[in-house]
Design a protein around this ligand. Structure first.
Ligand code: ADP
Ligand code: MG
Length: 264
């Protein structure tokens, strides 16, 4: 599935170099992470609760509550470390957010259109450049067919009464519409039923290719029953403590994280 690993002289699409991230009170959570992700690669970052996985994901997207205290985020060789979230999104980083709340009066369609228009505006130097409605509709219908999302979903209010699987369908649809180069999926441990796991895994499989790579952050090994990562990174207490191929995920499934905790 993956293309061959880039040689050392060649830079990966996304490179984290000795990345350190602290909370607003100065507590260091991510303690030096090196990671390279290319298109056509699925990377799984796996670690126990509280190890700092979401902190890493938010820091990658430029969430203001998470401060990069040292190290770098390079994207296509460009340093994103000091950039705002919208500038990162505009360059092609995407974080599948959890939307915990329903948004009354906002349909899935209008939500997706605003997300696209926000990126187009940023790309257009801050001037509005809305996607023409017929073009948007055509693309939306094509992606819904491709990802097997029911058309009813598009006209419903965002997350109002949505199942876990439906929320994930919207996230994956958003990913397909925004066409990021690197998608970061932070799968929280709660509320991911089998239907939702299948949707996420199916969407990642469908979208990862020559145009996109993915970083799937997860506590559970379960999602890996549905998708085979090309690279697995075990994350513990803010650091990557072991790396390998898909076999490492199976080892984790069998042995858990305890043996790392003993060493730590
Ligand atoms: P994981 O996603 O691996 O479960 P998190 O990154 O969510 O881990 O959390 C790592 C640690 O950082 C935890 O101790 C958590 O309480 C703390 N933390 C994360 N974000 C915040 C925040 N915004 N405010 C306070 N503490 C936080
Ligand atoms: Mg988390």
């Amino acid at each position: 599935m993956a293309g061959s690993r880039t040689s050392l002289s060649q830079m990966a699409l996304l490179e984290l170099k000795d990345l350190h991230v602290a909370l607003e009170d100065g507590t260091e959570i991510v303690k030096g992470v090196d990671l390279s992700v290319n298109t056509d690669e699925v990377h799984a970052v796996m670690g126990p609760n509280g190890s700092g996985k979401s902190t890493l994901a938010y820091a990658l997207m430029g969430h203001p509550a998470y401060e990069i205290t040292s190290g770098q985020i390079l994207f296509e060789g460009e340093d994103l470390t000091e950039m705002e979230a919208d500038e990162r999104a505009q360059r092609g980083l995407f974080l599948a957010f959890q939307y915990p709340h329903a948004v009354p009066g906002v349909t899935v369609t209008s939500f997706l259109r605003s997300a696209i228009n926000a990126i187009r505006k940023a790309k257009n130097g801050g001037e509005d450049d809305p996607i023409p409605i017929p073009e948007f509709r055509k693309e939306l219908l094509a992606e819904m067919d491709r990802l097997k999302v029911s058309r009813d979903l598009a006209s419903r209010y965002l997350n109002q009464g949505f199942s876990g699987g439906e929320k994930k369908r919207v996230e994956i649809l958003q990913m397909a519409m925004l066409k990021p180069r690197i998608a970061i999926l932070d799968e929280t441990d709660s509320g991911l039923d089998i239907d939702a796991l299948r949707v996420v895994a199916g969407g990642v499989k469908e979208l990862v290719g020559s145009e996109m790579g993915a970083l799937v952050i997860t506590h559970y090994q379960r999602i890996l029953d549905y998708i085979t990562p090309d690279f697995v990174h075990v994350f513990l207490d803010g650091r990557i403590v072991e790396e390998g191929g898909p076999e490492l995920a199976h080892k984790l499934e069998a042995e858990g994280y305890e043996r790392y905790e003993v060493k730590a």
